[in-house]
Design a protein around this ligand. Sequence first.
Ligand SMILES: [Zn+2]
Length: 281
Amino acid sequence: MTEVAVYIVPDCNCQADDSFLLFHERQLLIRGNKFLWQKSELIAAGLTGFNGLLLEKGERNTLAAVLAADEAALLNGDLVATREMLLRTGEQNFNLIGQGTQLITWYQSHRFCGSCGVNTVPHPTQRALVCPSCDACYYPRINPCVIVLVTRGDQVLLARSSRPGAKFFSCLAGFMEIGETPEQTVAREVREEAGIEIENIRYVQSQSWPFPSQLMLGFFADYKSGDLNPDPEELSEADWFEVGNITVPVAPSLSVAGQLLEIYQQSLKKQPILSKAKTAY
Ligand SMILES: [Zn+2]
């Protein structure tokens, strides 16, 4: 019998009808539209040893586990990138998949204590790993990022990342640095990536973003000055687009980037910008 990689979490008393998210090398195992696997299915396929990282606890727990390649093959499914699930599923499902991939990434990267190198063990009562030698405690790490829709009247600044495989035009984004406020990060990222200055930076909404473990803080900002000068290290293309005539593929509406764009489009419908204001830039 092949065994599922077993990651035991306290209080995870695995039941017969518990559901599993199954990962292999940061990809999710699916079959058709199905991405949750019942324990009974795994047993029928010849897999045993079903414990995992607990995602949701209830009458039926939901867990995340990692499979080896030969184990994944037993289930006759397809491996898909987690990012691709953003386009295939709704927000609730995507959040669950995102939690699973973040927990697995955290667990796999904290097997040893960063202070003394000893193997970590699960915390007895919390979602954490602890070092039995020096008592260091490691919680799942979340990295704050900002994402900003820069606007100029009825135009928006959209850019395509220079990251290989980047398909969509999106808002500018970047990681917060130590000592920064989110607003300072917004101004710095726009200056560094696009070469322009902005003003009137205002928070709109946030989103957990599991690539690999970010909290995206979404903002609007108004263009202030300067000419677009995209940093090729970060952006392959950047340009201003009329809100009502965006001809490039944009970030999906499930993402905070897509939502920022939709919110701005809706706000213009309710309160159109006067042509005088538009030409003032
Ligand atoms: Zn230690």
